[in-house]
Design a protein around this ligand. Sequence first.
Ligand SMILES: [Zn+2]
Length: 213
Amino acid sequence: MSTPPFTILEIPVTPFQQNSTLWFDEETSQAIACDVGDAAPVLAEIERRKLKLQLIVATHGHLDHIGGTADLKAATGVPFWFPSGDDFWRIGLPQQASMFGGGIVEIPEVDRDLQHHDVVEIGRMRMEVRHCPGHTPGHVVFYDPVGKRVVAGDVLFQGSIGRTDFPRGSFKELEKSIKEQLYTLPEETLVHCGHGPTTTIGQEARSNPFVQA
Ligand SMILES: [Zn+2]
């Protein structure tokens, strides 16, 4: 398999141990931050590796995925791309924070909407956007067809799937998303999950107890 032109680093953040990911090109030092639930650990990694952050993106609007985004935006001045289908979660960020006993969390402004079939592209970093509703209505995943990797947020986990008991969640929709948007990817595709260890499409398609191919 060819070496992908960029690295995906997982950085667990927040008490929910959400896997924020930092995508970066080791040659140009350009970077994209995804699912910034807390800014400090992501910023520390950017500084340690002397990366040039270009963009922040998110899979969906839950607190542990976007709670640190306004802070990182303020610190770096880069744009934020986010699926508008999850705007009610984004706008409700202060309520999410108070529900979980957190401090004051600022709502991040969105610079561009993310829709199905969009492409996130900075230099040699290129990710295809796939809409995968069910956990939340606007949820998207980011697929790298060259490196055969997907940043899946809270859609699919190793041996599990995202919760569907939140407002506007739907198991039927989540099952459809997983079957049509994820299980159709090459089976060796590495899955970066929003929580827990990585897995592969093949492993989950064969053995996931909740949704099988
Ligand atoms: Zn979530």
